[in-house]
Design a protein around this ligand. Structure first.
Ligand code: MCA
Ligand code: AMP
Length: 512
């Protein structure tokens, strides 16, 4: 595993011609062209600004900013200055952010100008001394200040075990946990994927994912930077525009919803995709019908891979024919260096394609949850394998299939929603006695969130009022698409809510 600052590893991949275009924007009012030198110099300026703040080494820098090339530069600056990047979903609202800021205790918060009035108040109240703004039109106090800084910067020395980023992932019980990823975790995974997916400097990546999650921030961006490959940069996914850009691109990554939406466009044809060499899907199960339809329409077979915030990428279907064939409904073999085993609930090894808990080990596996040693201990076995919470099997060729989850988790359009968190919000609403939140098959999002609520005696509940109340307090993607008021929840003899019966009852709500 490379024992150095991840930024140095990424920069080592930059091409010799630093004036070549590294990033071209596709949905700004006019296209913008950023050279490799621009990425290097601007990240140096921001790193110098951060150095000048006099904050301790390895401070957390929380970023709740719209996607832009400048926010990518900020990420690179945080790495090179030796601090810890803490990206936050832009859909999060005040209550959610108050928790993350209180828990992570960042030294710096960067946010969009429109959120500064309330977010700065919240940050200052939590003891944060530095709050900057950054908008996706290249304005804000961060850049106003950075422009006066030197464009040369000595990369801070960091070793493999030092923290590079914290990504919050929700827990099945209790609050979100910050997964601590090290320079070594991220470097080793980037190098493995560069080789496994055959990245070349001549590749051009369509980047249309958000950059506050592993998929868009690490898998996609690291792959392009470490290979010296250009990115075609979308701030927001647009299926038609993405298909148009395929003529100039070679690689695309997306959650299954992106593929489903592109399939709905008549412009998606073999000719439109003829310049492409690789389509990658992950973050949620890719339905075999999407896999088949994509092959039929474009002539390309999607490479599905599997990962987590805690582990970056774990398995992938083959890119090179020598590594096997790409099969629908499977996530491929463990990546080189990753170990994966299937255990039953008693901790015994499952054999011969039996279904069990997926456990993993490798240089990519995170260091633990930020300031939660007990939670960290709970998620590892006594022999130090990480328990993914995913349920799966391995066939005789070593190919992994995910068949379910032991964690109560819904993945909607690639975003994770934890029913326990939403039930907590619902149960606080006036008149609600209890609630059950479930995921249902959804043609666009893969799974959609719905809730079943029970009124307190004498209370009358209105589904739309409950939805409106949640929209005011939590990220919109977590808000149930429908709420049903019922007389009681189905329970088993132990009193446990039988969510499987609810899923069965509402199964056809969003699919034919
Ligand atoms: C948007 N909405 C959603 C979702 N996205 N509802 C449920 N699930 C969603 N995923 C709602 C909004 O709240 C809003 O609701 C309405 O849809 C329109 O919002 P808008 O932002 O315009 O939506 P969109 O642009 O159409 O977004 C859909 C999307 C987006 C492009 C599929 O969700 C997306 O980019 N998903 C990718 C997430 C991702 O990168 N995941 C990787 C995680 P209202 O109208 O009510 O306000 S990394 C990971 O999981 C692991 C490590 C891995 O393996 O990669
Ligand atoms: P997160 O913690 O947000 O990074 O989400 C990680 C979870 O996404 C994993 O534990 C899986 O449940 C799920 N996931 C990621 N990739 C896939 C995939 N290709 N197929 C099925 N589930 C996936």
């Amino acid at each position: 595993m490379p024992d150095r600052n991840l930024f140095s590893g990424l920069r080592a991949g930059f091409p010799a011609d630093l004036d070549a275009t590294a990033v071209e924007t596709c949905d700004t009012p006019a296209p913008l062209y950023y050279s490799w030198r621009d990425l290097d110099r601007a990240s140096a300026r921001i790193a110098n600004l951060i150095d000048g703040l006099g904050i301790p080494a390895s401070s957390r820098i929380a970023v709740h900013a719209d996607k832009s090339v400048e926010s990518l530069m900020l990420y690179l600056a945080v790495l090179r200055a030796g601090h810890v990047y803490l990206p936050l979903n832009t859909a999060y609202q005040a209550g959610e952010l108050a928790y993350f800021i209180g828990n992570a205790e960042p030294a710096v918060v960067v946010c969009a100008k429109r959120n500064f009035p309330w977010l700065s108040k919240l940050a200052f109240a939590a003891g944060v001394r530095n709050v900057f703004t950054l908008d996706n039109d290249r304005s804000g106090t961060l850049l106003d200040r950075a422009v006066f800084m030197s464009d040369e910067h000595d990369v801070a020395e960091r070793s493999a075990g030092d923290l590079a980023a914290i990504l919050y992932t929700s827990g099945t019980t209790g609050r979100s946990k910050g997964a601590m990823l090290t320079h070594g975790n991220l470097s080793s995974n980037a190098l493995t994927l560069k080789d496994y997916w055959g990245w070349q400097a001549s590749d051009v990546l369509i980047h249309a994912l958000p950059i506050f999650h592993v998929h868009g921030l690490f898998v996609a961006i690291h792959g392009a930077l470490i290979s010296g490959s250009k990115m075609l940069w979308f701030e927001k996914f647009d299926p038609r525009a993405t298909i148009r850009e395929m003529a100039r691109a070679t690689v695309m990554m997306g959650v299954p919803t992106l593929y489903v939406r592109m399939l709905a466009e008549p412009s998606l044809t073999k000719a439109a995709a003829s310049n492409m060499r690789l389509f990658i899907a992950g973050s949620a199960p890719l339905l075999p019908e999407t896999f088949d339809a994509w092959r039929e329409r474009t002539g390309h077979t999607i490479v599905e891979r599997y990962g987590m915030s805690e582990t970056v990428m774990l398995t992938s279907n083959a890119y090179h024919a020598k590594d096997g064939e790409r099969r629908a409904g499977t996530v491929g073999k463990p990546l080189p260096g990753v170990q994966l085993r299937i255990h039953d609930d008693k901790g015994q090894s499952c054999r011969g394609g039996e279904i069990g808990q997926i456990e993993v080990k490798g240089p990519n596996v995170f260091k633990g949850y930020w300031r939660m040693p007990e939670k960290t201990a709970e998620e590892f076995t006594t022999d130090l394998w990480f328990k993914t919470g995913d349920v799966g099997k391995v066939d005789e060729h070593g190919v992994v299939s995910i068949v379910g989850r032991s964690k109560d988790l819904i993945i909607s359009g690639g975003y994770n929603v934890y029913p326990a968190e939403i039930e907590g919000y619902l149960n606080e609403q006036p008149g609600v006695a209890e609630s059950a939140v479930i995921g249902l098959p959804h043609a666009d999002f893969g799974e959609a969130v719905i809730a079943v609520v029970i009124a307190k005696p004498g209370a009358t509940l209105d589904a739309q009022t409950l939805i409106a109340a949640m929209k005011n307090s939590i990220a919109a993607f977590k808000v149930p698409k429908r709420v049903f008021v019922e007389a009681e929840l189905p329970r088993n003899q132990m009193g446990k809510v039988q969510k499987n019966l609810l899923r069965e009852r509402y199964r056809g709500l969003f699919v034919a």
